[in-house]
Each structure stands twice: as C-alpha cells, then as structure tokens.
Design a protein around this ligand. Structure first.
Ligand SMILES: CC(=O)N[C@H]1[C@@H](OP(=O)(O)OP(=O)(O)OC[C@H]2O[C@@H](n3ccc(=O)[nH]c3=O)[C@H](O)[C@@H]2O)O[C@H](CO)[C@@H](O)[C@@H]1O
Length: 364
C-alpha cells in the first residue's frame, strides 16, 4: 500500500497516525509511507525521529472571531492545497489519511479533489473543525467515541477506536522506569498535561511537591517542553526528593505506561485511548480551553463507567491534587476496580480496524 498521511499540531493527532503506520508495516512491510505535516507542529520533531519519510507544507489556523488575519489564512490554505496537490502527484498514494489538525485539512482536501480514496480519523467525542469540514469530501471516517457518529454523514462512519490503543495494549510492565532514575518495583504515579503540558496541572503539582516527596510512592512529573525551564528555575535550590523525577517530555511513552499504578492528567482523547487500552486508574483534569469543552465529555465517558475520577480545573490546587492522588495511590482495591472498568472500554484492535477501512476504500 502507498499511504500518504497527515496529522498535525499536537501529539493527540500525531501518535494515532504513527500507530496506524506501525500496524500497516506489521501487516504489509513493503508499504510506502509519506507523512505530511508542518514545520511548526510537534510532528516535525516526532515523525522524522521514527524514520518515516516526512514533508512539510505551510498552513495556519482560522481565528474564531472576524479577523483580517483570516484573509491571509485563506490565501495560505489555497497555497497549501496546491502544495499538497503536487506532493500527491509525485507520491501516487493509494489512499490519503488525515488524523486531525489544520495541515490534514489541506492534504486530505487536495486528495479528494483528485479523486483519491480518503479516510479521516476523529479521536474525540466532539468533532474537530478540520474533520467536520473534510467529512463532506472524504470516502470514510473512523471514530473513537460513539458520540461522534451523529456529527458526521452517517453512511461514511466506522467505529474503529483510536489506533494508539493498539500500540500500547501489547506492552507489559518492564524496568523502563530505571532509565529515569526511578525504582521499577515501587508504585509509581505519572503526572502530565497532554503532549504540550498544562500550566495549571504543573503549578498544582509544584505546590504539592513538599508533601509528595514524603510519600512511599514515586512520581514521574512530565511538565511539557515549554514549561520545563521555568519550573526548573522555580525549584532551583529546593530539595525535590528521591521519589520524584521531573522531565520535560517522554519520547517512549508506550514502554513506560504499563509501569504506572495511576495517572493524573488531562483528558485528551489519545491519552484516554492509552489509559483504557492498558486499564490504568486515572484522575482526569479536563482542559477547559478546548473546543466545546470536549475533554470534559471525554473524561465523563470514563468517570460514568467507574474507570476514572474527575478533578475540575476550577477545583485544582496543590491540596486537592494531593488528596485525590493519596486516596488512589493508597487504595489498591479501588485501583483494581478502576483498572477493570477502564480496560473494558479499551479498543486494542483499533489500528487494525482502521487499516481495514483503508483497505476497503482502496478496493472500491
Ligand atoms: C489542548 C488540546 O488541544 N488538546 C487536544 C490534543 O491533546 P494532546 O495533544 O495533549 O493529546 P492527548 O492527550 O490526546 O495525547 C497526548 C499524546 O502525547 C503523548 N505524550 C505526551 C506527553 C509526553 O511527554 N510524551 C508523549 O508521548 C501521550 O502518550 C499521548 O499519546 O489532542 C487530543 C486528540 O485530538 C484532544 O483530545 C485534546 O483535547
């Protein structure tokens, strides 16, 4: 198969694309893949690292309010569609896939204009702007939450789950924590705010550190690259504690994930796919800054099934974080229940189910 794929901006759009590529290479090692992203998005750091062919186009997002900038954006969109058009002509894909972000809008739209089979993948329960636009042109749409179905043309929708689930589901506990200076045999909590980090989760964690360092469990606190320097500066001279490790970003999240007894984090859709694939108990702090509050919806789908706990950003302080985390890390029975409930929601075959969708549109 010759696959052209595009997903950009944040990890939540990029990792599902990489997981789909991994599944394709497993089933069909001779496949050719070209990933199209932007220079500015996280994909320009993440994708070439994986040894995947990567090209960029320029694009920018629309402002939600009426703005002169939007005229420039329309100009850039037309140019980026033309650039994508040329890349498609050169690469001759059998299918073009978009996993979200503005860049996938230009690439998938250009492919559909050329009559090439196209598939988009929606990770969230509330559909993103780009995928909503593309849904009128594409051949098929893979979704990860049933709630998304009604927001798309019904005939095109296939429930696949999020391909990232497949990539992490097969991972077993291992000693990867030792690479970060943590003990593999000790209960460990991951605190992180999605692929870019979250300032409020970071500040609440920093406030809780003087207590966290006295605990029997370990904490891996991942700040997000942009926040790391400031946190390091703020903590300079303070004794952090042997059981706490602070990092800007984790490149090898799949191998680390099975080693956590619990996670405190945002409720981004790809994080949720990982949590449910592995059955990891979690405390979710949905970002209130995303379109239509979709992270709250993502989080509630777990909370309503007893798979996770909710901590709203409005209620998030060092003290409330500590209280929730302590309660979970010291109650093995509760974690066990949440783990079973979370795992029941997992979609470990998602990448292969999405791959099947690609194969059916190519055959057509
Ligand atoms: C602020 C924002 O717009 N967030 C959106 C973005 O979130 P975001 O990009 O944060 O995506 P998710 O939380 O869904 O996924 C983050 C991904 O990054 C990985 N990771 C994270 C940190 C790290 O150090 N290393 C690492 O590999 C995680 O393992 C996961 O695979 O896309 C999601 C999927 O469309 C949406 O649901 C979120 O609402």
């Amino acid at each position: 198969m010759r696959l052209m794929i595009s997903g950009g901006g944040t990890g939540g759009h990029i990792y599902p694309a990489l997981a789909l590529i991994e599944a394709l290479k497993e089933k069909n090692p001779d496949s050719e893949v070209l990933y199209v992203g932007t220079e500015k998005g996280l994909e320009s750091r993440i994708v070439p690292d994986q040894g995947i062919a990567f090209k960029t186009i320029r694009i920018q997002g629309f402002k939600r309010s009426l703005s002169l900038q939007n005229f420039k954006t329309i100009g850039l969109f037309i140019k980026s569609v033309a650039d994508a058009h040329k890349m498609i002509k050169d690469f001759h894909p059998d299918v073009v896939v978009g996993t979200g972000g503005y860049v996938s809008g230009a690439v998938v739209f250009a492919a559909s204009l050329q009559g090439i089979p196209t598939v988009i993948h929606e990770q969230n329960s509330v559909v993103g702007v780009t995928n909503k636009f593309l849904s009128y042109f594409v051949t098929k749409i893979g979704i990860s939450f049933e709630d998304a179905r009604a927001q798309f043309p019904a005939k095109k929708v296939v429930f696949t789950g999020n391909p990232r689930a497949t990539q992490v589901a097969s991972m077993k506990p291992n000693d990867a924590l030792s690479k970060y200076g943590l003990k593999p045999d000790q209960p460990t909590l991951l605190i992180f705010g999605g692929s870019r980090g979250a300032e409020r989760i970071n500040s609440a964690t920093v406030a809780a550190l003087p207590e966290l360092k006295k605990r029997d469990y370990q904490v891996l606190f991942v700040t997000g690259r942009v926040h790391f320097q400031k946190i390091s500066d703020d903590l300079r001279g303070q004794e952090i504690g042997q059981n706490i490790v602070i990092r800007p970003y984790i490149k090898q999240m799949p191998e680390l994930l099975p080693n956590f007894q619990a996670i405190l984090g945002r409720a981004g859709a790809t994080s949720i796919a990982e949590i449910t694939a592995l059955g990891i108990p979690s405390i979710l702090v949905p970002s209130p800054y995303v379109t239509n509050d979709h992270q709250t919806k993502n989080a509630k789908s777990l909370v309503n099934n007893g798979a996770a706990e909710l901590l709203t950003e409005a209620d998030l302080t060092g003290a409330s974080l500590l209280e929730k985390v302590d309660a979970l890390m010291t109650d093995g029975k509760k974690r066990q229940k949440m783990s079973v409930a979370a795992k029941a929601m997992g979609r470990p075959r998602a990448a292969f189910d999405l791959l099947n969708v690609l194969q059916t549109v190519i055959k057509k």
